[in-house]
Design a protein around this ligand. Structure first.
Ligand code: S3P
Length: 183
């Protein structure tokens, strides 16, 4: 039984932009039935504007404040078990890394620079990749963030060459084990 001191743990997806967090989150939601919460979508809905507009109007630091505040809110002791899909930069602030671990089972979806480039190329929604040389931006950000994803993750999955169903199956098997251990 879960009580006040042991709130149910969620399944949290982390990883770089274009690593498939939202897609895998939807597949996991279909299999497990836990509510799906996409942090970027909720931030946009609350702000009444897109992430691109938030970055343009108020700057990245403001977006990070909204992201950190939302993460804090999600850690409430009475929160239900959910599947949580995060934004790729959520690991940058140390307090967020702690909160991610508090939230539950943290799965890092790893994707190669090539895959990320392909998946993000035609989409203008990601302000950090709207540069002359998106590949260089990806390489630089990945180098800075990989150790941070590694610090947070209970499980990492290299998604290269795998379908969404295959990735989700891997996550499901490990998550079911984690949850049956009383978490
Ligand atoms: C960001 C990733 C984005 C979004 C914002 C910043 C980042 O989310 O939160 O554009 O810093 O990596 P996705 O990982 O869902 O693209």
């Amino acid at each position: 039984m879960h009580d006040e001191t042991h709130p149910p743990k969620s399944l949290v997806l982390i990883g770089f932009m274009g690593s498939g967090k939202s897609t895998i989150g939807r597949v996991l939601h279909e299999h497990l039935g836990y509510p799906l919460l996409d942090m970027d979508q909720l931030i946009e809905a609350r702000a009444g504007k897109t992430i691109r507009e938030i970055f343009a109007d108020e700057g990245e630091a403001h977006f990070r404040d909204l992201e950190s505040r939302l993460l804090e809110e999600l850690c409430a002791p009475d929160a239900p078990r959910r599947i949580i899909s995060t934004g790729g930069g959520v690991v940058v602030r140390p307090e967020n890394r702690e909160r991610l671990r508090q939230l539950g089972y943290v799965v890092w979806l790893k994707a190669s620079t090539e895959n990320i480039l392909q998946r993000t190329a035609r989409n203008k929604a990601r302000p950090l990749l709207q540069t002359e040389d998106p590949r260089a931006a990806i390489v630089e950000l990945l180098a800075a963030r990989e150790p941070l994803y590694a610090q947070c993750a209970h499980l990492s999955i290299d998604t290269t060459g795998l379908s969404s169903e295959e990735v989700a199956t891997g996550v499901l098997e490990s998550a079911r084990y984690y949850f049956t251990q009383g978490n």
